[in-house]
Design a protein. Structure first.
Length: 153
């Protein structure tokens, strides 16, 4: 049977970018606070250079995420579903393909944080005896229950 691979929802890139932006802003606030603490508490002088370097790396990371990392991830991540298997493909330089037999799936977790709720998407974590695989933010119902049997039998 030929696998029909699906791309993750375009909303997933927005959720990923927003999470990354919030994390970066929190990091910038913490780094700035530590920079000023270096003066106030007379910490070692070389720490000031560490805080400046971390600040610059974080600033560079924001456009990197928006314009390079997220679009590449969105274009390379695919998943497919047949009656017997779940297929997940990802990677740019190192291609990874995971095949999970439906009979080995023990549980499925639908995870929805605050930002995901706003965009109406879930992250799907599929657990097996050997570990698990995660499908990033996705509009779950239209792809996973598209006239097929339930995932867990």
């Amino acid at each position: 049977m030929e696998v029909q691979y699906q791309q993750i929802s375009p909303k997933a890139m927005k959720v990923r970018n927003l999470n990354e932006l919030i994390t970066s802003l929190i990091s910038l606030v913490v780094i700035t606070g530590l920079y000023f603490c270096t003066d106030y508490f007379n910490w070692w002088n070389w720490l000031r250079y560490v805080w400046i370097a971390l600040f610059i790396i974080t600033i560079i990371g924001i456009p990197w995420t928006y314009f390079v990392s997220s679009p590449i991830y969105y274009k390379t991540f695919r998943y497919g579903l047949t009656d017997d298997f779940l297929y997940i493909k990802s990677g740019v330089w190192t291609k990874v393909e995971v095949v999970v037999p439906m009979t080995k799936i023990q549980s499925i977790e639908l995870i929805q944080g605050i930002i995901m709720r706003k965009y109406g998407v879930h992250s799907i974590e599929i657990k097996t005896m050997q570990g698990g695989v995660t499908i990033p933010p996705e509009s779950v119902t239209k792809h996973l229950y598209n006239g097929r049997k339930p995932l867990i039998r």
